[in-house]
Design a protein around this ligand. Structure first.
Ligand code: ATP
Length: 361
């Protein structure tokens, strides 16, 4: 049974519907992210699961128990969840120990158990030796670790994260992403994580739920969303994509198709989903910038083209190039060691399986 199940959740504020019929599950031990642009309803969904917000319709179950349905809400403290916020919410007038011990003490756990569990939680988040410090004596990163220790110390059924790393500087945020996910895996802690940052969601999640305008757009593993975006929005929100207009020339039942582009160019590709396969009509063609590969001059094969390099910008491991192929301009990311200079004409190819065909909706 799923640790969390959300069925047909609707949240309306007057005329604004913040969440529209959202349904998903989080399995035991899974790390799932709600990803989407600002205002898409991810925080509202999370707050409904926490019990901090009421829903207009739908059912939420945690550990199989109904915690919200038909306006009947179990209060937050009885849901077996903990939440980590963007604004650490560490109590400044308490020591680190007292901050972390709070949840155990309200459960009246024996002093020896509190000592042992707090010590273990502080060790896990790398705050050994900080127990006696006050909240005001900690850096932002240390406060976020205290918030994390406080959230894991009671072994909740479900841990909810609301953009917890957004206030940290770029370097620390990057480190904390790896640390947090390593901790989550070690504890097998079922987690739901809200972020608008696609690389954060890609790096940390077993599964991503992509949202837009209060609705779920697509859900799948990071790889699935990246390789097989089901809509223009999904293709553009995650990674660098070239999106072209095309027309199907012929399609096979295995999902492969030949598509005509502008200027008599054709390209082979694969439909984003089996149910999306069409035999005719307009289609969107998604080509990831790094799926364009340089080949030897005059080499041939499917999806091989001559390309004029109109610009080349060095970014360290890759060079971002703008390529003119017929009347089309494509962005490519080529490994720095084989990258061309602006003005060169090169031969490129795109693996047909890396060309995603998206129904033009
Ligand atoms: P962000 O990343 O900016 O936090 P979000 O995806 O988490 O965005 P929500 O905070 O869930 O989005 O908001 C979804 C929509 O609901 C927005 O249009 C927002 O303006 C609206 N909304 C949220 N809370 C309320 C409220 N209390 N009253 C009225 N409208 C609200």
């Amino acid at each position: 049974m799923a640790k969390l199940s959300v069925e047909d959740l609707v949240v309306a504020y007057g005329s604004v519907t913040a969440v529209r019929n959202v349904s998903f599950t989080v399995e035991d031990g899974e790390f799932v992210s709600l990803l989407g642009p600002s205002g898409c309803g991810k925080t509202t969904t999370l707050r409904c699961i926490a019990g901090l917000e009421g829903s207009s319709a739908g059912t939420i179950r945690i550990g199989g128990e109904v915690v919200a349905a038909d306006g009947r809400d179990v209060p937050p403290e009885k849901r077996g969840i903990n939440m980590v916020f963007q604004s650490y919410a560490v109590w400044p007038h308490m020591t680190v120990f007292e901050n972390v011990a709070y949840g155990l003490r309200t459960r009246r756990e024996p002093a020896a158990t509190v000592d042992a569990k707090v010590g273990e939680a502080l060790k896990m988040v790398g705050l050994d030796g900080f127990a006696a410090r006050y909240g005001t004596e900690l850096s932002g990163g240390q406060q976020q670790r205290v918030a994390l220790a406080r959230a894991i110390v009671t072994s909740p059924r479900l841990l909810l994260f609301d953009e917890p790393l957004s206030n940290l500087d770029a370097g620390l945020r990057d480190r904390m992403r790896f640390e947090l996910v390593a901790l989550q895996r070690r504890l097998g802690q079922t987690s739901l994580y809200v972020t608008h940052d696609q690389s954060e969601a890609m790096l940390m999640s077993d599964r991503i739920i992509l949202m837009k305008d209060g609705e779920m757009i697509q859900s799948g593993s990071p790889r699935d969303l990246y390789d097989r975006p089901a809509s223009r929005f999904a293709a553009e929100f995650i990674g660098n994509a070239n999106i072209l207009q095309g027309d199907i020339v012929r399609a096979a039942s295995d999902g492969r198709a030949l598509v005509s582009l502008a200027d008599g160019l054709t390209i082979e590709g694969l439909f984003s989903r089996p149910e999306a396969v069409r035999v005719s009509g307009a289609i969107l063609v998604c080509i990831r910038a790094e799926s364009i590969q340089r080949m030897r001059d005059a080499e041939d094969g499917p999806n091989a083209f001559d390309a004029e390099v109109t610009s080349a910008s060095f970014l360290g491991p890759v060079v971002t190039c703008l390529l003119r192929i017929g009347g089309l301009t494509l962005r490519a990311e080529l490994p720095a060691r084989t990258a061309p200079a602006a003005g060169e004409t090169i031969r490129v190819r795109i693996e047909p399986d890396a060309v995603t065909l998206i129904p033009n909706g």
